[in-house]
Ligand binder design. Sequence first.
Ligand code: SAM
Ligand code: SF4
Length: 319
Amino acid sequence: MLIDSYNRKIDYLRISVTERCNFRCQYCMPEKPFSWVPRENLLTFEELFKFVKVAIDEGVRKIRITGGEPLLREDIDRFINMIFRYRPNIDLAMTTNGYLLSKVAQRIREAGLKRINISLDSLKREVAWKIAQKDVLDEVVQGIEKSIEVGLKVKINSVPLKGVNDGEIIDILHYGMERDIPVRFIEYMENSFANGSIEGLSSREILEIIGKKYNFIDEGIEPGSPSHYYRLENGYRFGIIEPHRDDFCTHCNRIRLTAEGYLIPCLYFDEAMSIKDAIRNGDIEKATQILKEVIRNKPEKNRWNAGENSNRAFYETGG
Ligand code: SAM
Ligand code: SF4
């Protein structure tokens, strides 16, 4: 079992399989980075899988494949299936922008993926276009519908931004309600890569908007999840991810692996250690040691609640 210095059990690994993306979301990667990581520095699926086995053997029980955009790695179903065959009962999930999803949903489901979180910031074509800086809405919606059809457990992620999509919070909630899939609103997390002019809505502001239309009860933080859940009178449940809350990190159970092999203890912080050499040299003992050290060094808290910017790019850490 993996326990950090604040007595938190770490059993959740998020793997960013690529930093590349086909969107240019204002809050994440508004411009193409100056340079991409050279291909030879990226871990292959075989190399990532070697580390996945270490993590599972040490106690990881939940794995999420993310990016950048994970579906840009064409044979991602092969990687999913490697993990699935090693431990079929692992909670195996993906986060995607959904653009390429409708064509591969069936394939990734059959490979062993259980759950999928799809980002949907707007139901208006022009607004979705403005946020992603690309005409994306039809493809994303097709991806969501196809995922439901093939039996993946779907959640919607949505980042409300002031003056951009904050008028659509109820519409997005209804979209989830009509399909019986949870929506999770994410507070915008300030970072030095985002478009400096954007401003997110706080959890309180999101709840004020929803409260004008619906009564709801606070069901608290769900164990093992970053999300605070609320239930409407009609039974529908939605979540808000509130990294600005002082107690947000209290139950954090996760670490992150980048496509280059950096193991990162916290979404906010810069500290990271590379497992690449250990994995490439076949030194499993060393990889295990690095995993334990990164977990030991996991900070107590992020600093968004202190109003600071993170210097980590979301497209690198996988969100
Ligand atoms: N490309 C995929 C996607 O967009 O779903 C996966 C990677 S993305 C980095 C993972 C999640 O992080 C998405 O739900 C995205 O909305 C969220 N995200 C990215 N930048 C963010 C920011 N600055 N604040 C809050 N959420 C952010
Ligand atoms: Fe790409 Fe996801 Fe970042 Fe948008 S949030 S730029 S889709 S990685």
